[in-house]
Design a protein around this ligand. Structure first.
Ligand code: NAD
Length: 277
């Protein structure tokens, strides 16, 4: 069974258009500022997809493009300017950043109320404490997918492959809040399949094409593929072999988590604008 992210995205974007129209009626144009200091093709592709989707649903995107050799001070100035600008509701710092830049201190400059991708240490602390704040959009997209398809979580064994700040750890926190029993695996986990085969819910965010094959999952599992990898012939593939979809419920790549993530980032921006209306 294939879990379709496009249906969920359509619904989210339709609701979003209504909400942003309402904001505009109150004189607020929901605005997301993106500070970027890279020429990385993957980052450029992601930013273009945010811009295209935002245009469809009435959210403005302000792109602040800095030189890819920008230092911490230059990036900090750009972030502080957007943080102080009352016409900006959401603020993200696009990665990758130039070598040697102090990413943690930069992310700390994003005010909690504008941190629509839950990227700052403060937002991570709020999430760990279970306090209300924006959570990383990809992690929220995983939870949205599970909610839409009514996948039971309470008391279930959820296995998350990947422990990054932006995907693995926040997904694990959210699954824990939803009363799953959570195991986090990573590149140094010994015998990964031993854990993945026991998963009722398996979330894979490693950035390794073909990492999970049909023999690594049990038939009743729900598998959410978060990986986005570009092959030599320019195709987008996930971390999970598509053949897994013949054995279990699978959120595939493409067409699964990716489009929901973009929609939720914009949803968070509109929510931030509505909070101020
Ligand atoms: P990352 O490189 O920061 O983290 C990868 C994680 O995977 C690490 O914790 C590492 O320990 C683990 N890992 C790597 N190889 C492994 C292996 N062989 N076995 C077990 N664990 C392994 O990456 P990230 O930012 O967390 O992104 C992960 C993937 O998700 C990437 O493919 C990325 O492009 C994708 N991604 C997708 C979205 C989306 O919206 N769809 C958003 C963010 C990231």
């Amino acid at each position: 069974m294939i879990l379709d992210g496009k249906i969920i995205t359509r619904q989210l974007l339709s609701d979003l258009s209504d909400q942003s129209a309402e904001c505009r009626e109150h004189g607020q144009v929901p605005t997301l500022a993106i500070v970027m200091a890279t020429t990385d093709e993957g980052a450029a592709w992601y930013v273009r997809s945010i811009q295209k989707t935002a245009e469809k649903c009435g959210v403005a995107v302000r792109l602040i493009e800095l030189n890819p050799t920008a230092d911490t001070e230059v990036i900090a100035d750009a972030l502080q300017e957007q943080a102080a600008d009352s016409s900006v509701h959401g603020l993200i710092l696009q990665t990758p950043l130039p070598d040697g830049v102090a990413i943690d201190s930069l992310l700390s400059l994003i005010p909690l109320a504008k941190d629509v991708d839950g990227a700052s240490p403060l937002a991570a602390g709020y999430l760990a404490y279970g306090l209300p704040s924006f959570v990383p959009a990809t992690a929220a997209a995983v939870m949205k997918m599970l909610e839409y398809y009514h996948i039971p979580l309470t008391g279930k064994h959820a296995v998350v492959v990947g422990r990054s700040r932006i995907v693995g750890k926040p997904v694990a926190q959210l699954l824990l809040q939803a009363h799953a029993t959570v195991t986090i695996c990573h590149s140094r986990s010994a015998d990964l399949a031993r854990y993945t085969r026991e998963a009722d819910i398996l979330v894979v965010a490693a950035g390794k094409p073909g990492l999970i094959t049909p023999t690594d999952v049990q038939p009743d599992a729900t598998v959410i593929d978060v990986g986005t990898n570009v092959t030599a012939d320019n195709a987008l593939v996930g971390d999970v072999d598509p053949a897994v979809g013949s054995k279990t419920a699978l959120s595939p790549v493409p067409g699964g988590i990716g489009p929901i993530t973009t929609a939720l980032l914009l949803q968070h921006t509109v929510t931030a604008a509505r909070t101020r209306t």
